[in-house]
Write a protein of this length. Structure first.
Length: 149
């Protein structure tokens, strides 16, 4: 037989599960972002490792690609930062739900503000991710065709 206290705890856990799904989505997104950042870094290291001398510096195309890679890496870094902020805010939402229950206090305003801020950070991270994808596509070249904007 379950006591009222046990049922209350079960209800609190049920309320906390929904934000956990958002945390899972943020984690998957961060995996994608870190993989893209790793590929950008690998490509930049490859370009930086090309042989060059004082008389023959890095070709202009390689310098331009390095600049593009640097810009893309900055965008990914911002998206990772915002995704991390989202994960921290959603973790605080979950913690606040349990603290609210444990202390018998109404923390609904705090929970709502933290949740909205977390969603805002996630939305911003996704928008920046889209900008990085657009930047990657703009610098893409097929054969001798010039890049498209």
């Amino acid at each position: 037989m379950q006591t009222p206290g046990t049922l209350d705890i079960a209800h609190a856990i049920q309320l906390a599960v929904a934000p956990v799904f958002l945390l899972s989505a943020v984690g998957v997104t961060m995996t994608v972002l870190t993989n893209r950042l790793g590929r950008i870094i690998d490509r930049a290291r490859l370009l930086e490792g090309l042989p060059c001398t004082e008389k023959s510096p890095l070709p202009k195309e390689s310098q331009e690609e390095l600049q593009s890679l640097f810009s893309r890496a900055q965008l990914i870094q911002r998206a990772i930062t915002l995704s991390t902020a989202c994960a921290l805010l959603i973790s605080l939402v979950i913690t606040s739900l349990f603290v609210s229950f444990a202390l018998g206090r109404d923390l609904s305003w705090l929970i709502m503000i933290l949740f909205i801020a977390g969603l805002g950070a996630f939305i911003a991270a996704l928008l920046i991710f889209l900008l990085e994808i657009r930047s990657a596509m703009a610098s893409l070249r097929f054969g001798s065709d010039p890049p498209r904007s």
